[in-house]
Ligand binder design. Structure first.
Ligand SMILES: Cc1ncc(COP(=O)(O)O)c(C=O)c1O
Length: 296
């Protein structure tokens, strides 16, 4: 039940009928920002956190968000309701809008907001159960003085190049290092390792996106009494870890089976299993909230 739908320019349309003009600078130059948000039982997970990050990204690229947080929340909830979907994925995009062919953003008169609600193409269940095979990509993450990793921009080309490397190697995901050879993250997910029961993840200052799921894991680990902290990591730390896993809105939590063909000591490991259970318990709470909201 339900259908993929798109809110754009004050209109709700079936997804495949929605069209962006060719002069939109989001298309011409990747000039814009975005968020990916899951909803469970019709209820968006951590919506306020996602809207905050969207606003921060927009401010960082000097893009005026014409919609305040209440308006964005209303549009998001209307789009989810109109889709009729119970569980799904939302994509919010704000582009610089339509302008001239040249790069100068001053030709763009009004930002364009696009909200898509769709079913999620679920990850191959075999990968979720047996774990993902990773490679460390030759493609490096852009340095922060080129593009701050906290900006969730519409320009993912170096992540795509890293993913192409993974595809060619027959792996499931690529890890990007920064220019100094420190681990940053996967092409669309944050990375964690476990050593002696302690969880480590690269700091945002090494080039990781401040993932919303990553933030939730800090909270869930804290509640479960699992040590978790940021630490700069190298390829050696990944190869020699007890466990490794990925987190992201689309991916949720995925255990890692191998990195550059070195098998992890355990997959899925015991710390991963505890965090995964805590994550799914949080999702069930949200679904119950969604059910009670729609019953009233
Ligand atoms: C580059 C990158 N890193 C990490 C993540 C995970 O972030 P979140 O948990 O907010 O989805 C994403 C998700 O879009 C991403 O694109």
């Amino acid at each position: 039940m339900g259908q993929a739908i798109c809110w754009m320019d004050d209109e709700l349309l079936p997804l495949h009928a929605a069209r962006v003009p060719v002069l939109d600078h989001g298309l011409l130059y990747g000039d814009g920002v975005f968020e990916g948000i899951r909803f469970y039982g019709g209820e968006p997970l951590l919506l306020a956190e996602h809207l905050r990050r969207l606003r921060d990204s927009a401010r960082a690229i000097a893009l005026d968000l014409l919609w305040n947080s209440d308006e964005l929340e209303r549009i998001v909830r209307d789009t989810v309701a109109a889709s009729g979907l119970d569980d799904g994925y939302l994509r919010l995009l704000v582009t610089r809008g339509d302008g001239a062919l040249g790069i100068d953003p001053r030709s763009c008169v009004r930002p364009r907001l696009i909200v898509i609600a769709d079913r999620l193409q679920l990850l191959d269940p075999a990968v979720r159960h047996q774990g993902a095979r990773l490679i460390i990509a030759a493609t490096r993450r852009l340095p922060a003085d080129g593009l701050d990793p906290r900006i969730k921009s519409l320009n993912y080309l170096n992540h795509i190049l890293a993913r192409i490397e993974a595809n060619r190697a027959g792996a499931d995901e690529a890890v990007l290092l920064n220019a100094q050879g420190r681990v940053t993250e996967g092409s669309a997910d944050n990375l964690f390792i476990v050593r002696d029961g302690q969880v480590w993840t690269p700091p945002v200052s090494d080039g990781a996106l401040a993932g919303i799921t990553r933030g939730l894991l800090f909270e869930l680990a804290g509640e479960a009494g699992i040590g978790i902290a940021e630490r700069s990591l190298t390829a050696f730390d990944l190869y020699s870890a007890d466990e490794c896993f990925l987190s992201g809105t689309a991916a949720e939590l995925i255990p890692v089976r191998s990195i550059d063909d070195r098998a992890m000591a355990s997959c899925p490991g015991p710390v991963f299993e505890r965090l995964d259970a805590a994550f799914h318990a949080r999702v069930e709470q949200l679904r119950a909230q969604g059910r009670s909201r729609s019953a009233h």
